[in-house]
Ligand binder design. Structure first.
Ligand code: AP5
Length: 218
């Protein structure tokens, strides 16, 4: 199973990825989490991308493509993987095609802008694992603390309202064109293995999960 989760910031890609990776026993490849880890560890890559990420802009295609190619060559990706936040531009999607990576399903999670701003302002994350919470919609058992490790949760640097608006603008300009790109691919004879699935991302986290899993298994 090689899966892409597509959708605007805050649509619930990371949240649903946690369920889907468990259901299909595949690793979760979140380019956002990989980059945040590099920033946190102050690696050369982290130092290079920090300002770009904090502004809500996209990291360059070259950096991202190299990062993903290396990640998917790891042994745990032999039976598939889930991409969350990648590809995010047409050149990234083309690089995947040119590398011969055959995607089975593209799942687009649809959520409108006002709901997104509400969600992102309440998001909290466990930096070590990437586990995601929301202060109202999916709170941790103890406020401010990760359920599994007991470590403190953080609020992401790029989750301030003006940065969220910029990320949404960038999504429309750079990433939304991938909806047409993958729909066309799914309709083509050459890539008949690609299934395109669009789901309404508004509703209980578990209800959204069930709809996605049902569509992927049908
Ligand atoms: P990245 O980390 O990929 O962020 P994003 O795509 O903007 O998406 P988010 O992580 O904000 O949202 P999500 O859809 O995962 O939502 P979540 O599940 O957390 O990228 C960050 C930055 O890294 C980019 O801006 C860019 O700079 C760089 N980058 C990354 N990949 C790149 C690439 N390929 N190319 C170039 N640059 C790249 O949910 C949000 C909140 O809502 C949570 O609090 C959650 O609990 C809550 N929630 C989820 N589902 C529901 C629901 N059904 N009902 C109510 N609340 C819900």
């Amino acid at each position: 199973m090689k899966l892409i989760l597509l959708g605007p910031p805050g649509a619930g890609k990371g949240t649903q990825a946690q369920f889907l990776c468990e259901a299909f026993a595949i690793p979760h490849i979140s380019t956002g989490n990989m980059l945040r880890e590099a920033v946190q560890n102050e690696t050369p890559l982290g130092k290079e991308v920090k300002a770009v990420m904090d502004s809500g802009a996209l990291v360059s295609d070259d950096i991202i493509i190299a990062l993903v190619k290396e990640r998917i060559s790891a042994p745990d990706c032999a039976n598939g993987f889930l991409f969350d936040g990648f590809p995010r531009t047409i050149p990234q999607a083309e690089a995947l095609l040119n590398a011969g990576v055959e995607i089975n399903s593209v799942v687009e999670i649809q959520v409108d802008e006002d709901e997104i701003v509400k969600r992102i302002s309440g998001r909290r994350q466990h930096p070590g694992s990437g586990r995601i919470y929301h202060v109202t919609f999916s709170p941790p058992k103890i406020e401010g603390v990760d359920d599994v490790t007991g470590e403190a949760l953080i609020q992401r640097e790029d989750d301030r309202e003006e940065t969220v608006r910029e990320r949404l603008r960038v999504y429309q300009a750079e990433t939304h064109p991938l909806v047409s790109f993958y729909k066309a691919l799914a309709d083509s004879n050459e890539h008949a293995q690609v299934q395109y699935v669009a789901v309404d991302g508004v509703g209980d986290v578990e209800a959204v999960r069930d709809v996605i899993i049902k569509k992927l298994r049908s």
